[in-house]
Design a protein around this ligand. Structure first.
Ligand SMILES: Cc1cc2nc3c(=O)[nH]c(=O)nc-3n(C[C@H](O)[C@H](O)[C@H](O)COP(=O)(O)OP(=O)(O)OC[C@H]3O[C@@H](n4cnc5c(N)ncnc54)[C@H](O)[C@@H]3O)c2cc1C
Length: 354
């Protein structure tokens, strides 16, 4: 009989993150499909007990919590030791965990020490006839594969966004008791002190995985325009205003982010983390709008999970018009964005006035 463990960590404010609740849905489905599996939960973090109260109402038989200041920051050595202790206490054979950067770093180490196996970026997991099969993409999202394993414990890191989170209304009233586990900090954890986290202010952060819209900027924003001149500062202002007003997530083409390295005029707020495509990211958003971007295959392959695709390009023969977008506006993106920003500003004023 399998023992399913849903293993999560708290966020820096002590809450349970969305990705943890998404992974919980996968674990609950596996439990239902396996029928006779045991189901337990584990939580690591500074205020783990408080957040674990929610997991305790998920139908779990037992809930384990490891808490304390030593487990507040994301740190490989303490996270790895905590995960290992919970898996041992639970006697887990299948570990379902959110694929956050914190767990993606620590859980493969715990799995290795337990003689287990890990699969990351899992987008689906199902069980039939007592066998579990998981799916993930390979080769930069070009090949979709399904695999089974006999090795245990088997760690499944669930890709954030692959499932809807379990809502409060789906949880039971009765809660399992929460069992605290004491873990001795390993020597390497004592050597590594987390002093502070440096991150941009929330408004400066332009990669927003939960945004409804992906806005992609292409190299055209920095190219000579009809008047024979470039207009990079104007492009920056237009794009930043649009992002501020819509809270869209910003993506870029490779050509545009590479410009900086070549010493050419580029949009200052772009980094390689914004790059979408074959050698970039494959974000998931309901809608996407590409501007000044040619729509070449190595870029468009990164749009695999974008629901509705639109593009603005001055060239009616660009790649988007060849079946890669649902709607293409053959227009000057400078004019389109200026008009959009004007409309958004008017709407915001109307809403503020009413
Ligand atoms: C192995 C490999 C991997 C790659 N991986 C990636 C990847 O991960 N991601 C990626 O993006 N690319 C990738 N590329 C590069 C890719 O092939 C393209 O070169 C790149 O996507 C082109 O970027 P772009 O569309 O911004 O620039 P360009 O091709 O220069 O296109 C600029 C576009 O802007 C339009 N334009 C100009 N002015 C305006 C205006 N005022 N209004 C509207 N439109 C305007 C032009 O008509 C043009 O279509 C890869 C290439 C290779 C070989």
């Amino acid at each position: 009989m399998e023992t399913l463990l849903h293993l999560a960590h708290t966020e820096s404010d002590g809450s349970l993150g969305k990705a943890a609740l998404e992974a919980l849905r996968v674990a609950l489905r596996l439990k239902r499909e396996l029928g006779d599996a045991r189901f337990v939960c584990g939580l690591v973090g500074a205020d783990a007990r408080r957040a674990a109260e929610r997991l305790a109402r998920s139908g779990a038989e037992r809930v384990f919590a490891i808490e304390g200041e030593d487990f507040r920051p994301s740190r490989y050595a303490s996270d790895r030791a905590a995960a290992e202790a919970i898996v041992r206490s639970a006697g887990a054979t299948i570990v379902v965990a959110p694929g956050t950067s914190r767990w993606n770093r620590a859980l493969p180490g715990a799995s290795q020490r337990l003689g287990g196996r890990t699969d990351t970026h899992v987008v689906a997991a199902e069980a039939s006839d007592g066998k579990i099969a998981v799916s993930r993409w390979f080769y930069r999202q070009r090949i979709h594969g399904t695999l089974e394993r006999t090795s245990r414990p088997w760690f499944l890191l669930i890709e954030p966004g692959a499932e809807p989170p379990v809502g409060e209304g789906e949880l039971a009233r009765d809660a399992a008791p929460i069992e605290g586990i004491e873990v001795a900090l390993p020597e390497e954890a004592r050597r590594t002190r987390v002093l502070r986290i440096e991150e941009p202010a929330p408004d400066e952060q332009t990669i927003r995985p939960d945004a409804k819209l992906l806005f992609v900027a292409g190299a055209g924003w920095t190219k000579k325009q009809a008047d024979g001149k470039t207009h990079v500062p104007e492009a920056e202002n237009l794009i930043l205003e649009f992002l501020r007003r819509t809270k869209a997530s910003l993506g870029s083409t490779k050509s545009l982010v590479d410009l900086q390295g070549e010493g050419q005029a580029a949009l200052r707020f772009l980094t390689h983390l914004h790059q979408v495509g074959q050698t970039g990211s494959t974000p998931r958003h309901p809608k996407g709008l590409a501007t000044c971007c040619h729509g070449e295959e190595p870029h468009v392959v990164g749009w695999r999970f974008i629901g509705e695709r639109r593009a603005v390009n001055i060239d009616p023969a660009c790649g988007w018009t060849r079946g890669k977008a649902d709607v293409v506006y053959v227009a000057d993106a400078f004019q389109v964005l200026a008009e959009l920003n004007r409309t958004l500003a008017e709407e915001a004023e109307r809403r503020a006035g009413s």
